[in-house]
Design a protein around this ligand. Sequence first.
Ligand code: SAH
Length: 427
Amino acid sequence: MQSKAGAEDKKLQSFASAQAANRACPYALKCGGCDYSGLPYTVQLENKQKRMEELLGAILKKDGVTLSPIVGADNPFHYRNKVHSVFVSERKKTVQRGIYEKNSHRVIDIKECRIENEKANEIMEEIRRLIPSFKIQMYDEDRERGLLRHVLIRVASKGIMVILVTSTSMFPGKKNFVTALRRKFPEITTVVQNINNKRTSMVLGERNEVLYGPGFVVDDRLGLDFRISPDSFYQVNSEQTVKLYGLVLEVAGLTGRETVWDLYCGTGTIGMFMASHAKEVLGVELNKNAVTDAKNNARVNAITNIRFLAQDATDYMKQARGRGECPDVLCMDPPRSGSTKEFIEAAAALKIPRIVYVSCGPESLARDLICFQKRGYKIRRAVPVDMFPQTEHVETVCLLSQRKPDTTIEVDLDISELEVSSAETKA
Ligand code: SAH
């Protein structure tokens, strides 16, 4: 196995050669967002496959499973539908917009990002151009003065949302600013002012004021409409999301009779795709606004066999354990930090038959899979999906199911299963 330092050296070497060949993004080293910038896409996929094999290989081997080939993207550039720029001014003269330099609060002025949606990039540049004529002051973090802090753009299939993050609600000339912006980009369907007056690295504050349109955008995926609010979670790579959710549905193996729980459900997207293949679905999510969106999404799409709860996923699992309430299929899609030991213990105590684990954090996934294995679960499939080309991030879909109940020996001779592995066949 390659050491971490060795891998880092190799990454820098390949990066340097990509830069020399002028293929890498000029901002990449400072920005730190795209570790694979300049590497041919096929090489990026190979690297990700290798890394996941290093991380998960031994864990999967215990259950006689090998990692499936990574699902690559058709368009590895300009895929991000959510685009963020921090706005600052250089000695009160030029307007700079971009991202924070890696591990600092210095802003790298960016004119074009290779992974962000191109239309959103154009809108950001227009905002930069309009600012001086509207005399909008950029926010100065140190002195806590000025108005505009960030701009966030969310591009959906049925509209574009621009969110102007300001330090106070006082925004002189905002109506005219919105009019000027929409004159150039009529495809902007809504503009929201978000007020963030805290000294924080969080982009969004708690208050939103709708300046134009409905205050949300609608994205149409796999025949369903999803409403996205300024702060609700929505997968950033829409094209790959279609593949990801298709895979989740495939491994869940629904017949129409199952009760499904979609925990860490965000705006309820996965659960809603599952609803037409299941008896009923419950979605649980911590973010209240995302739950409001999820409920609206279900209503808009006339899905009646789904309900949502705003609650901590671990708390919900622990309470379900207390009630002895158990679904047929659990889909879990936790944030990068993964799930919790208590969550996994409750799932195991309930003996949930089938679990689909969608992960955006390889390390936390490895930790949680081991935890599941120790509590009687067997991994049946693990498929990496490249949701974030040019970066080193990897999404993974895993299917787990219960080992035979009350197994007393470690060797599992269950050859009647459909997905029997070669190791088991030999056994
Ligand atoms: N499955 C959704 C969202 C996945 S992202 C989709 O594909 O769109 C992870 C989600 O977990 C986020 O919406 C986040 O708000 C939520 N979350 C984070 N911590 C949580 C917790 N402790 N309990 C419940 N939800 C949580």
